[in-house]
Design a protein around this ligand. Sequence first.
Ligand code: CDP
Ligand code: CDP
Length: 223
Amino acid sequence: KLDKLSVAIDGPAGAGKSTVAKQVANRLNLVYIDTGAMYRAVTLKALRGEVDLDRQEELTGLARQSRIDLVGATPQRVFLDGEDVTEEIRTPEVSRSVSLVAMVPGVREVLVEQQRRLAEETGVVMDGRDIGTVVLPRAQAKFFLTASAEERARRRAKELMDKGYTIDITALTEEIRERDQLDSNRTVSPLVPAGDAIIIDSSGMTVEEVVHRIVAEIKQGEL
Ligand code: CDP
Ligand code: CDP
């Protein structure tokens, strides 16, 4: 029965969605799907093509013409039109622009349709901003993962420093706040917990504790 399960994990940047979602998928034998990576891939394509980020129709066309493949789980590799862009979609440049691209209704329509198709094929743990509300409103288990903005910025800073970037923590915190603002206040599919989502504040929790909690909730729901 677990193999046709859909698990939705939404929340703001740096809450731990992808880290936790991968491990939950692993434990329950489900396929992990990183929907943020899809928005990032379209953003990368727009930046490369020097498309103005307020040209909504062009961005929608770009999304429609993109082939995005998510391959494997740890690490999940992201392919854009056959090219491995796993690292490139995480650059600060893409992070700064992605919320503008994700605001475009046409872009969302194209990507949401692909996401639903993926979830029809197999049991999934899908992470993003609108999975429980829009993409998979009938998911059997929904979680809204959050943490204080400071804690989320600290986590993201550590990740980036481990990759060799020099970090200005004040600027990073500001950037995360800005992205949360854009994501929470946009007209289409804003970042908001689904009415039936379990809200988990992971400030002060370890990854292991969050994973444990989520798996326990899912198993309890199965009984
Ligand atoms: O990993 P991080 O939390 O930084 O972001 P992400 O999950 O890679 O998502 C990047 C951006 O894509 C978000 O800030 C949203 O603007 C957008 N996004 C979205 O609008 N809807 C989703 N389901 C997933 C991501
Ligand atoms: O996907 P999202 O942007 O929500 O977060 P992420 O990319 O999974 O990054 C979260 C970072 O915080 C990772 O480096 C985790 O190891 C760390 N972390 C966590 O995810 N959960 C905790 N409870 C504590 C730390």
